[in-house]
Design a protein around this ligand. Structure first.
Ligand SMILES: [Zn+2]
Length: 145
C-alpha cells in the first residue's frame, strides 16, 4: 500500500499548534519529501514533522485488559475424554465387560459395564480401593475392592 503522496494529499501528522496527531493536507513537497502541511483542524501551515505512529494500535499494555474471553477449550477435559472413549469404543466387546461391583478388584484396561454409565475402561488404579474409569460421559472415579 504505497500511496503516492502529493500536494493536496491528506496525511496524519503532528500539528505544532494543536499539539496532536491530526489530519493535514500537504502543501508543498520536495521530491518524495513532504515539507509543508496545513492542519485540517486549525488551518495553520507549518513544516512537516514526521511522526512515528505505532504500527499496531491493537497492542494493549499488559495487564490493562482482561485476557479476552474465558478459555473454553482448556476447561473442557470432558470433551477430550468423550472423544477418547469414542476412539476406544470399537474395541469394546460388551460381552466381555465385567459388571461393575464395588467389591471387585479391577486391573488396568479392564472393560467393565456400569449400570448408570455403561461401558468403561479402567484407566487408573488408585490404591487402596479406587479406580478411574473412562466412560462415554467422561472419566469417573469408582470404588472397587
Ligand atoms: Zn492544528
Amino acid at each position: 500500500m504505497s500511496t503516492q503522496l502529493s500536494a493536496g494529499s491528506t496525511i496524519e501528522t503532528r500539528c505544532t499548534r494543536c499539539k496532536g496527531i491530526l489530519n493535514h493536507s500537504i502543501v508543498a513537497m520536495v521530491g518524495e519529501k513532504i515539507v509543508r502541511v496545513e492542519c485540517s483542524t486549525c488551518h495553520g501551515v507549518h513544516a512537516f514533522h514526521p511522526v512515528k505512529v505505532p504500527k499496531a494500535p491493537a497492542v494493549v499494555k499488559a495487564g490493562q485488559k482482561k485476557a479476552a474471553a474465558p478459555r473454553k477449550a482448556k476447561a473442557d477435559p470432558e470433551a477430550a475424554e468423550r472423544a477418547e472413549w469414542a476412539e476406544l469404543q470399537p474395541d469394546m466387546d460388551s460381552a466381555q465387560a465385567i459388571p461393575y461391583d464395588m467389591t471387585r478388584v479391577y486391573r488396568l484396561k479392564n472393560l467393565l459395564s456400569h449400570p448408570n454409565f455403561g461401558l468403561g475402561i479402567v484407566q487408573l488404579i488408585i490404591p487402596p480401593n479406587k479406580i478411574d474409569v473412562l466412560f462415554q460421559d467422561g472419566k469417573k472415579r469408582l470404588r472397587c475392592g
